[in-house]
Design a protein around this ligand. Structure first.
Ligand SMILES: [Mn+2]
Length: 335
């Protein structure tokens, strides 16, 4: 395993970081993965580019090492991510080892939680609020995307990257950074992207498909949601509301919401953008914020969590009460 240490060092050097403690963590996690066979890799529910890119990159990497590996997700994988599993063969086997990627909490495994939450052996993530229980945990909150960690791990394990793996990781990083424009981006993010681009990744295509392309249904949803736009806290906070009726009328899907929740924060002068989405049992809130507001702390007050600049929480049925509590909490921070 000495070579694993060397490879980890080399990978860390390539992406500009070589703290000894971090290298140790990488080696420990890479070793745990290396020992496994018949591996089930779990993505979070309502999957995004990072959780899927990590899962399929790791799955492809494990297979290259001669192991059986599959990816599972509680929800259906949106069509736009199909390139991630393109060309992968079906494998039938009884899973013996369980890995979670980009999952901050057990309930985010969705309907898979009951079956797997106590079986996770390796948890790889970048969420500050991570609460998964696992013997081996690698939670690097400095990583803009969990995919940064997966890249280092694959290198440490001696996996030869290829176009398939690199495309998954590039897509993961690109989506979790809003195409390299969020404040979570570090030199390491770019350095890893450089390494990935060496494998003929079709970056422009991936970026268009995952970040720019919009269906007519999504545009209709945006139009309707925009009509609810309101401001508070001296216009430093903007709120939009998405009702179930709007979802139905527009024909938009839940993934179409991603673009919508970025709208309020994009308005000049707004430090905190809130999207209130009606769900079966209440209101799902997503918060996007500038440095002035810690979205994760804000949502933490209501039992939620996430990142500094993007987080979420949930409220019950009472729309007005939910909104008032949110506005009060934001004004408390901004005053
Ligand atoms: Mn992520």
């Amino acid at each position: 395993m000495a070579s694993m240490k060397k490879r980890a060092d080399a990978a860390l050097k390539l992406c500009g970081g070589s703290e000894k403690d971090y290298r140790k963590e990488i080696v420990k996690t890479a070793k745990a993965l290396y020992k496994m066979n018949n591996v089930l890799i779990i993505s979070h529910k309502a999957p995004d580019g990072d959780t899927l890119g990590c899962a399929f990159a790791l799955c492809r990497g494990m297979r290259k090492l001669g192991k059986n590996a599959v990816v599972r997700c509680a929800d259906e994988i949106p069509q736009k991510y199909s390139f991630m599993y393109e060309g992968m063969e079906k494998q039938e086997f009884k899973p013996e080892h369980f890995v979670s990627v980009d999952i901050a909490a057990p309930h985010l495994m969705g309907r898979l939680a009951d079956e797997f939450e106590n079986k996770i052996e390796v948890c790889i993530d970048h969420h500050l609020s991570n609460s998964i229980k696992a013997p081996v945990k690698l939670v690097d909150t400095k990583a803009a995307a969990t995919a940064e960690i997966i890249w280092i791990l694959l290198r440490a394990m001696g996996v030869e990257l290829d176009k398939g793996i690199a495309s998954c990781l590039f897509a993961a990083i690109s989506t979790d950074t809003g195409c390299f424009k969020y404040s979570n981006v570090t030199p390491r993010t770019h350095l890893i992207a450089v390494e990935l681009m060496k494998y003929e990744v079709e970056c422009a295509d991936i970026n268009f498909k995952l970040l720019d392309e919009e269906s007519p249904a999504k545009l209709e949803l945006k139009k309707q949601a925009l009509s609810t736009l309101e401001y508070c806290c001296d216009k430093q906070c903007a709120i939009i509301t998405v009702t179930s009726e709007m979802m139905e009328q527009s024909g938009a899907s839940n993934e179409d919401l991603d673009g919508v929740s970025n709208i309020p924060r994009s308005i000049s002068g707004v430090e905190c953008g809130i999207t209130m989405k009606q769900v079966a049992d209440g209101w799902k809130i997503s918060v996007r914020s500038s440095d002035k507001v810690n979205a994760s702390e804000l949502c933490g007050k209501f039992g939620g969590g996430g990142h500094k600049a993007a987080a979420g929480c949930k409220f019950g049925d009472d729309y007005e009460s939910a909104k008032k509590q949110l506005i009060d909490a934001v004004s408390e921070v901004l005053k």
